[in-house]
Ligand binder design. Structure first.
Ligand SMILES: [Ca+2]
Ligand SMILES: [Ca+2]
Length: 483
């Protein structure tokens, strides 16, 4: 047992006496050789010492200087002077990159630097950069990069090889507007010694559409100019009012390095849209343009929604009041009758007709007629509170458009009212229409809409609305027409 313990202890001692690496000084001048001493090197062959900048990874491209020590176990090796900076001497065995030991040291001196007297330029100015104390031994260069781009050859917009130049001015040709950096590199590497930022000013980016209103079968042509983003710039189409998130993007086009040009997007359904310009794969728009897409209108034969001749009331529903719509006979034909319901709300000193009926498709779905915006029907009397109209989908949302005898009696003009999310547009209907037999009514719905909302546009007519009638009130032949 005692023998075993001694053996184990000597093994530990062997490891404790593993190789060491040291420099003869902790700090060198930039004209002094670097002397490195080694002890107890036990690698078998092709052992080597590499000098690296502090923090640089153990890879061949990061080696500042190297010295092959073969099978040297104890001794010193020497490296030529280094430019100012913090370094490590690292020992490796057997031609590998597996570091055995290291030591740090410093080289004093003024590091090489780029200076600019002017950091804002216009688009037609040359860019001036001043070199100060460039120290790399060979193949030093300065590159112009867009801010935020990495140090790759492909990202260098311009290169200037310095030859023997250590101090003084160099220049670059003018650049388009944007944020840039001049970066100094030594020894043909891509590890910058010094970086300085500058700006080229110019007209901001623009985005325009070839039209303000497109048809729903037309391509959307968007033009961009002066795009300045670094990379992955893109144009997205969005519905107007939607936020900038990927899920809201209807169509997108990646500009790559296109700075000026036209992009064609596919046709869109009717609505209001925006084309938005983004830089650098972000969702923060630089600028945008609004445009509209409208229905292509064709001339269709009239669409009859109700003439009551089928003797049923399919498609009608009661929105308010206790009664159901009725299909009645009148003068040998069939007509529609919706009974009035008089209510006195909360002790008001008058009663109100609150019976409201709606006609949709028979299955209850909206008409969705996006072609015909003229309403025609026949009416036979009604109450003093009588009104009728339509539900429409418009550019600005849903609207209830009502034509009111009460407004006509009172001499009131058209009126827009907002009740929560409902927008009601009421227009006067002459009181005479509720007297004296059948009347044929015709409404140019788009024209009426513009009386209250000049910039609005009907996208589709969805349903017919009727308030309660009394006595001999009837309606018939509800149609939409193209004109
Ligand atoms: Ca019917
Ligand atoms: Ca009829």
């Amino acid at each position: 047992m005692r023998i075993l313990l001694v053996t184990l202890f000597s093994c530990i001692l062997t490891f404790l006496h593993a190789a060491t690496i040291n420099t003869d000084k902790a700090e060198f001048n930039d004209d002094e050789n670097i002397v490195v001493s080694l002890t107890d090197v036990i690698g078998e062959h092709n052992n080597w010492v590499g000098l690296f900048r502090v923090g640089a990874p153990n890879q061949w491209g990061s080696v500042v200087a190297e010295n092959w020590v073969g099978d040297l176990e104890n001794g010193t090796i020497e490296f030529p002077p280094l430019v100012a900076g913090d370094y490590e001497a690292r020992l490796f065995y057997n031609e590998s990159l597996n570091q055995v030991e290291k030591t740090t040291f410093h080289v004093a001196g003024e590091p090489g630097k780029l200076i600019m007297n002017q950091t804002t330029y216009t688009e037609d100015e040359e860019i001036q950069v001043t070199l100060q104390n460039v120290q790399g031994p060979r193949n030093n260069w300065v590159g112009i990069f867009r801010v935020g781009t990495t140090n790759t050859w492909g990202n260098a917009l311009q290169e200037n090889w310095l030859g023997n130049k250590r101090n003084g001015d160099i220049s670059f040709t003018s650049l388009m507007p944007g944020q840039y950096e001049a970066r100094l590199f030594y020894n043909e590497t891509l590890a910058p010694e010094s970086t300085i930022a500058f700006t080229v000013t110019g007209e901001p980016a623009t985005i325009t559409a070839s039209k303000s209103v497109y048809k729903d079968n037309e391509q959307i042509q968007i033009t961009v100019t002066q795009v300045q983003g670094v990379k992955n710039n893109w144009v997205g189409l969005f519905r107007k009012g939607t936020s900038n998130n990927w899920g809201a993007v209807l169509q997108e086009f990646w500009l790559e390095d296109m700075r000026n040009g036209q992009v064609d997007f596919n046709a869109l359904p009717p609505g209001e849209y925006e084309a938005r310009l983004f830089y650098n794969e972000t969702l923060n728009p630089e600028t945008f343009i609004s445009f509209e897409v409208e229905q292509t209108i064709v001339n269709l034969p009239p669409t009859l929604y109700e003439d009551a001749e089928d003797r049923n009331t399919n498609g009608w529903r009661t929105l308010s009041g206790p009664y159901q719509i009725e299909n009645r006979s009148k003068n040998g034909g069939r007509v529609i009758y919706g009974k009035a319901h008089w209510t006195n709300y909360n002790g008001q000193h008058y009663t109100t007709n609150d019976a409201v009926y709606i006609l949709t498709k028979e299955d209850g779905s909206p008409w969705n007629n996006n072609q015909q915006f003229f309403l025609e029907l026949d009416t036979h009397g009604g109450t003093a509170c009588f009104s009728l109209g339509v539900e429409v989908k418009t550019k600005q949302g849903y609207r209830t458009m009502l034509f009111s005898v009460w407004f006509g009696r009172k001499g009131w003009g058209p009126k827009k009212s907002i009740y929560g999310t409902n927008v009601e547009l009421v227009y006067p209907l002459a009181d005479t229409y509720r007297h004296g037999g059948w009347h044929h009514l015709r409404f140019d719905l788009q024209n009426y809409l513009e009386q209250l909302e000049p910039d609005n546009k009907i996208y589709s007519v969805e349903a017919f609305i009727l308030t309660g009638q009394t006595g001999n009130g009837r309606i018939d032949n509800i149609k939409l027409l193209s004109n």
